[in-house]
Write a protein that binds this ligand. Structure first.
Ligand code: 3H9
Length: 693
C-alpha cells in the first residue's frame, strides 16, 4: 500500500514516502508529497523538514508504468518546485539507489545526507528519456557541468564517496537515514534554505566539455535520448533557469512518447518479467545447493565459465586432460585477474581470493567432488558423448551434468548416461565472463530441480538467463543461422558482403553477418555445415561459399582473411577483390545473373526470415514467451536495445506487412526448406501481436 506520511518530532517534520518495492514517484506519491509538504509548511511548530523513504531504497525514479498513460497532475516538476521553494530548510535523507526522479527530488531539497553504500544516477537515457524534473539544471549547479555530462548523457553512476567528493551530498555516515539527518541538524544548528536552482554554475572549459560530449555520443550510436539530454543540459548556461527548465520538460514529454522510449520500456519490463519467472521456477522445485562446480575443457570458453563462477564466489575445478591446454587456461585466468586489478575493478585481496577459488586438475576423476559439471569441450557430438559417458561414471550420484554445446542435440548426449534426468544444457556466450546471456536448455527428461538449479546459477552469475527447449542451435543460434543463410543468399544473388553488413550496422547491430562470421571463424561454420549433412536444403547446399572460403584457407580474422581481408593486428576488415572474384566465379558457375538489392530489401530479408523462424520457435514450444526471444537477441547477439528486440520490432512493423512480404518470397522459402509459420499467419490475420499473444 502506498502512503506518504508527515510525522512531527519537536521542530522537525519528517515526510516519509512508502511505495514498495522501490518508492517510485507514482501520481499518488506525488500528490501525497505535495499535500504533506503543504501541511508541514502550515505547521508553525515545524522549523525544518526531512524527506526520507521507507523500505530498501530512497525513490528509484518516476513510476515507469505510468509512462504509457496520459500525463497526470500533479506533475513532478511542480512538486519539486514546491519542495525547493519551501521557506523552511528541507533535508533529503538518502539510502539505497537514488535514481532518476528520486535524485531529482533529492536535488530539489536544500541539503542531502546519505547512508554509506547509497548510489546515485540519472539513468533516464537508458529508458530513451531525459531527466524531466529539473535534473539537467540542478545537477550541474551542484557537481559542475563535466560530471553532470557523464551522469546525464553517459548514465554514469556515483557511489556515496564520489557523491560526497563531488558536492552532490553534504554528509555521509552509517546507520539509519533519519538518524543521520538528525545528527546533521545538530551539527548545523543554523541550517538555512539553500535552493539548488539559485546556485551558480561553476566555470568550466566548454571546449573540453563538448569534446567529452562527442566521445560519449559516439559510444551510443543510433540513440536519440543522449543527444536530447545534452541539449537540455546546455540550457544550464545558455538560458535563464525557468526557460531551461521548460526546454527540459518539453524534450522529456516528447521523448516519453517516442518509439525508442516505448521500445526500451518493453525491454525493462521483459527483463523483470523473466527474472520473476525464474524466481517462480526455483520456488516450484527447490534448486540443489552448489558447493563446488567443475568445468571440463580449459579453452577460452571453459576458462571464461570458470571465471564467471569464481566471480560469483563459487569454488571451481577447471579440468583439462591436456597439460598444455590446462596451462593456457590458468594463464587466461591469471591475466584476467591481473587486468581487473590493474584497471581498479578489483582490489588485490578480491583478485587473489577469487583466483584461489579456481583449482586446476588434469584428471577427470576430480569431478567426483562436485555437485555440478559444466562440459565445454570440442563441439562434436561423438566427442561430447564420450566425455559424458566418463562423467556419468566418475561423478557422484545425483550430480548434475551440463553441456555448453551451442548447437548439438542434448537428448543424444543425455542418452549415453544413466542419469538423463540430471543432464541439461548451459549455453554460455563467448567471452563467457563478459557476455550477459545464458541459454539454459531443458531436455524432455530433465528433472524440475535440475532445471531450477541451472537457472538459479545463471541468475547468481548475473546472466540474463533464459530457459529454452532443445533443437538445433536452440533459440539464439537457430535465428542466427537463418539470418546468415539469407545474408549468404543475398550475396550469391549479387549483393556485396559490405553492403549487407552496412545495412545491418545502420539498423543498429554492432557488426553485420559477414563481419560476425569472420570474427567467429569460417571453420566453425564449415564444421557446422558438415555436421548438418542431409538436413541442409538443396539451396543451402548449393550456396557453398563457406566451403570455398574454407578451401582457400580464409578462416576469418584469425587467418587474416575471410569475407574480408585484415591487415596484421587489425580487426577492421577491408573489402577484398579476391572475394569479389570468388563470388563472380561462383555466380557464373551457377548461372546466376547478379542483380542489385535495395537496402530495404536486404534489411527485410534478413529480419523477416528471423521473425518467421521465431514464430516456429514459439509454435514448437522451444520458447514459451515471445519476449524471451527479444531478450536472447538483445543480450547475446547485439540486437539494438532501443529497437526493443526482434519480436517487438515485428509487432511494430505490423505482422500483416511481414506475412504479405514473406508470401512474396514463398517459393524461395520452400527452396530453403522452410515455410511461413501458421502461428505468424494466424496472428497477422487476427490483427494480433506476438507480445500480446
Ligand atoms: C525517471 O525517473 C524520469 C524522471 O526524470 C522525470 C519524471 C518527470 N517504476 O529491478 P528490480 C519495479 S525515469 C516502476 O527487480 P532490483 C520493477 O519492475 C526512471 N517500477 O529490483 C520490479 O517489479 P516486479 C528512472 C519499478 O533490486 C521491482 O520494482 N529510474 C521502477 O534488482 C523490483 O525491481 C530508473 O530507471 C520504476 N522506476 O533493482 C530505475 N523501478 O517485482 C529503474 C523498479 O513487479 N529501476 N520497478 O517485477 C532499477 O534500475 C532497478 O529496478 C532498481 C532495483 C535498481 C531500482
Amino acid at each position: 500500500m502506498t502512503t506518504v506520511t508527515l510525522h512531527r518530532s519537536d521542530a522537525l517534520g519528517v515526510i516519509t514516502l512508502d511505495n514498495p518495492p522501490v518508492n517510485a514517484l507514482s501520481r499518488e506519491v506525488r500528490a501525497g508529497l505535495l499535500a504533506r509538504l503543504q501541511e508541514a509548511l502550515a505547521d508553525d511548530g515545524i522549523k525544518t523538514l526531512v524527506i526520507s523513504c521507507a523500505g530498501r531504497t530512497f525513490v528509484a525514479g518516476a513510476d515507469i508504468r505510468e509512462f504509457d498513460l496520459p500525463l497526470q497532475e500533479p506533475h513532478l516538476p511542480e512538486v519539486l518546485g514546491a519542495v525547493e521553494a519551501s521557506p523552511k530548510p528541507v533535508i533529503a535523507a538518502l539510502h539505497g539507489t537514488v535514481l532518476g526522479g528520486g535524485l531529482e527530488l533529492a536535488l530539489a531539497c536544500h541539503h542531502r545526507i546519505a547512508v554509506t553504500g547509497t548510489t546515485f544516477a540519472l539513468p533516464e537515457v537508458s529508458l530513451g528519456l531525459i531527466p524531466g524534473a529539473g535534473g539537467t539544471q540542478r545537477l550541474p549547479r551542484l557537481v559542475g557541468a563535466p560530471l553532470a555530462l557523464d551522469m546525464i548523457v553517459g548514465g554514469a553512476r556515483l557511489d556515496a564517496g564520489a557523491a560526497l567528493a563531488a558536492g552532490l551530498i553534504d554528509g555521509l555516515g552509517q546507520g539509519e537515514p533519519l538518524a543521520l539527518a538528525q545528527t546533521f541538524m545538530h551539527e548545523h544548528p543554523r541550517l538555512e534554505r539553500r535552493p539548488t536552482g539559485e546556485r551558480h554554475l561553476a566555470p568550466f572549459d566548454l571546449e573540453a566539455f563538448e569534446a567529452q560530449a562527442r566521445v560519449l555520443l559516439r559510444k551510443l550510436p543510433g540513440q536519440e535520448a543522449p543527444v536530447q539530454a545534452l541539449e537540455a543540459l546546455r540550457g544550464a548556461w545558455q538560458l535563464p533557469l525557468s526557460e531551461a527548465m521548460q526546454r527540459e520538460r518539453d524534450l522529456f514529454v516528447a521523448r516519453r512518447e517516442s518509439a525508442q522510449a516505448r521500445a526500451l520500456r518493453h525491454v525493462f519490463f521483459a527483463e523483470r518479467a523473466l527474472a520473476g519467472r525464474n524466481r517462480a521456477l526455483a520456488k516450484a522445485a527447490p534448486p540443489v545447493e552448489l558447493q563446488q562446480v567443475a568445468v571440463i575443457g580449459a579453452g577460452l570458453m571453459g576458462s571464461g565459465i570458470a571465471l564467471c563462477l569464481a566471480n560469483a564466489g563459487i569454488r571451481t575445478i577447471l579440468i583439462d586432460t591436456q597439460a598444455q591446454a590446462l596451462e593456457r587456461g590458468r594463464a587466461t585466468i591469471d591475466s584476467y585477474f591481473s587486468g581487473a586489478l590493474a584497471k581498479g575493478r578489483l582490489t588485490a585481496e578480491q583478485a587473489s581470493a577469487r583466483a584461489a577459488l579456481i583449482r586446476c586438475a588434469i584428471d577427470l576423476a576430480a569431478v567426483a567432488e562436485v555437485d555440478l559439471v559444466i562440459e565445454a569441450v570440442f563441439e562434436d557430438l561423438a566427442v561430447k558423448q564420450e566425455v559424458f559417458r566418463q562423467l556419468d561414471r566418475l561423478a557422484r550420484p545425483g550430480a548434475i551434468l551440463a553441456t555448453n554445446t551451442s548447437y548439438l542435440d542434448i537428448d543424444a548426449i543425455a542418452a549415453v548416461t544413466g542419469r538423463p534426468e540430471a543432464v541439461i544444457g548451459m549455453h554460455f556466450f563467448s567471452p563467457a565472463q563478459v557476455m550477459r546471456l545464458l541459454e539454459v536448455v531443458r531436455i524432455r527428461t530433465v528433472a524440475p530441480a535440475v532445471l531450477a538449479t541451472a537457472v538459479q546459477l545463471g541468475e547468481r552469475l548475473g546472466k540474463t538467463t533464459v530457459a529454452v527447449g532443445n533443437c538445433h542451435g536452440f533459440v539464439g543460434n537457430r535465428l542466427l543461422a537463418v539470418r546468415e543463410r539469407e545474408a549468404t543468399l543475398l550475396v550469391e544473388e549479387g549483393a556485396a558482403p559490405e553492403q549487407v553488413d552496412r545495412v545491418l550496422r545502420d539498423f543498429g547491430f554492432a557488426m553485420g553477418p559477414f563481419e560476425l562470421r569472420d570474427l567467429a571463424g569460417i571453420d566453425i561454420a564449415w564444421r557446422n555445415r558438415q555436421g548438418r549433412g542431409e538436413a541442409l536444403s538443396a539451396a543451402e547446399r548449393a550456396c557453398d561459399l563457406i566451403e570455398q572460403l574454407h578451401a582457400a584457407g580464409r578462416l576469418g580474422q584469425k587467418s587474416g582473411a575471410g569475407y574480408y581481408r585484415y591487415e596484421p593486428g587489425q580487426r577492421q576488415g577491408q573489402a577484398d577483390p579476391a572475394v569479389a572474384e570468388l563470388l563472380a566465379a561462383h555466380r557464373q558457375r551457377r548461372s546466376i545473373i547478379p542483380r542489385s538489392h535495395s537496402d530495404k530489401e536486404i534489411l527485410e530479408r534478413c529480419l523477416f526470415v528471423m521473425i518467421n523462424e521465431a514464430a516456429w520457435l514459439l509454435e514448437e514450444g522451444i520458447v514459451k514467451q515471445a519476449a524471451d526471444i527479444d531478450l536472447v537477441w538483445l543480450h547475446g547477439y547485439g540486437f539494438p536495445r532501443y529497437r526493443g528486440g526482434l519480436l517487438y520490432y515485428a509487432d511494430d512493423r505490423g505482422l500483416a506487412h511481414i506475412v504479405s512480404t514473406l508470401e512474396g518470397w514463398s517459393d524461395a522459402l520452400t527452396e530453403r526448406g522452410t515455410e511461413i509459420c501458421p502461428r505468424l499467419r494466424q496472428l497477422a490475420a487476427e490483427g494480433r501481436r506476438f507480445l500480446d499473444a
